[in-house]
Ligand binder design. Structure first.
Ligand code: S3P
Length: 187
């Protein structure tokens, strides 16, 4: 039994011969919502990294950051990413900071394809709303400043995705359709 078969609620079996699709972008970009919907429509397995890490640790992301720090959390992301090399064909939604470790990204890509859900920090913050309290990096006095800083640091990495979808002005349904069509398009 591979580690992947322990992931909760698989929509379908994974297929190691087909690449994963990875949604990247700032917190609030909609990676989990869009990813889950896309996976359902394509009958593929969806994995939300943060939820899986919380499930395995029996702790929230806030607790993990608080007790062991960000570096430890990044190692948990790395471990999960390593396991995902054994499978394929999944829709993956890692946390917004996963992109900051090129060696971790390189564990999956190639062959995985990355889709950047791009939006402004102002919009990301608005969309997060009360959920901001579950994001340790945004629990600081100036969350907008923090999101701007994170985007500044990560912009080049996000932009290096295989596809960019501007999610600023379009609704979730349109984003889902765009991701589905990219997922079905030949490379
Ligand atoms: C983080 C984003 C979060 C979560 C953690 C760190 C980041 O995920 O992984 O709070 O560094 O941007 P979301 O992008 O799903 O909010």
């Amino acid at each position: 039994m591979t580690a992947i078969s322990r992931i909760s609620n698989p929509v379908s079996v994974t297929d190691s011969h087909r690449p994963h699709l990875v949604l990247v972008g700032l917190p609030g970009a909609g990676k989990s919502t869009i990813g889950r919907a896309v996976a359902e429509r394509l009958s593929r397995t969806f994995l939300d990294f943060d939820k899986e890490i919380e499930r395995r640790q029996g702790k929230t992301i806030v607790e993990i950051f608080g007790e062991k720090g960000e570096a430890h959390f990044r190692e948990l992301e790395r471990g999960l990413t390593e396991e995902l090399r054994l499978s394929g064909n999944m829709i993956l939604a890692p946390g917004g900071g996963w992109i900051t470790k090129p060696d971790v990204v390189a564990l999956l890509r190639p062959p995985a394809r990355l889709i950047y859900l791009r939006l402004r920090p102002e919009t990301a913050l608005k969309r997060l709303g009360a959920e901001r309290s579950t994001r340790p990096l945004l629990m600081r006095p100036d969350p907008l400043g923090e999101l701007r800083r994170l985007l500044g640091e990560r912009k080049a990495a996000y932009e290096s995705a295989d596809h960019v979808i501007e999610v600023e002005l379009i609704g979730a349904e349109e984003v889902i359709k765009k991701v589905v069509s990219l997922a079905l398009a030949p490379r």
